[in-house]
Design a protein around this ligand. Structure first.
Ligand code: VY7
Length: 176
């Protein structure tokens, strides 16, 4: 099973402020929906809370929510106590078919914990600078850009571009 991380960020790597996305780019929401449809999505409990109630659970996707609270439950979701547990749950489902890809959809704490297990990153860069309290993880040199679009203009005014990354195998020293 492929593990992907998908996020949208400002030029400085801000992904959130006060538990919300501090810009509006409808084309990115459409890209997010099209990319994740038919997959399992893993999110942290704060990201679950940030979704407007009418959009929860995200339709057409298996919703897995990570929380340390063993009592937490919400209709249409599966609960996991850690990222590892969430990925295992996505890979070995008891009541449904295993999806080809699991998309980790946020937020900051979950992206940082999931980066080590990921094979793909889908990053939308929004051409804006603003203050936030939550940041995207930083892909290290094992990540290579596999897709890079030109800047596109949103109907909402801002420009945005899509960038895809895949992991190359880490360079290890040759035996002596
Ligand atoms: C999160 C919403 C937030 C507020 C209002 C509506 C990339 C995005 C995310 C997460 C954009 C969101 C929504 C949009 C998606 C709809 C449901 C309503 C759907 C991410 N690149 N962009 N995000 N929804 N992780 N990565 O806007 O959601 O998919 O059905």
């Amino acid at each position: 099973m492929n593990v992907g991380l998908i996020w949208a960020q400002t030029l400085d790597g801000v992904i959130g402020a006060d538990n919300a996305i501090p810009w509006r780019v409808p084309e990115d929401m459409a890209h997010f929906k099209a990319t994740t449809l038919g997959s399992a999505v893993v999110m942290g409990r704060k990201t679950w809370d940030s979704l407007p109630a009418r959009f929860r659970p995200l339709t057409g996707r298996c919703n897995i929510v990570v929380t340390r609270d063993p009592q937490w439950a919400a209709e249409g979701t599966e609960r996991a106590g850690s990222i590892i547990e969430a990925l295992q749950l996505a890979a070995d489902p008891s009541e449904r078919a295993a999806p080809a890809t699991v998309w980790v959809i946020g937020g900051g704490e979950i992206y940082r914990a999931a980066l080590a297990y990921a094979t793909t990153l889908s990053v939308t860069e929004v051409e804006v600078t603003l203050d936030g309290d939550t940041y995207a993880p930083t892909p290290d040199s094992t990540w290579v850009v596999s897709e890079d679009t030109d800047w596109q203009s949103s109907t909402a005014g801002l420009r945005y571009r899509f960038r895809g990354y895949t992991r190359r195998c880490p360079a290890t020293p040759v035996d002596a």
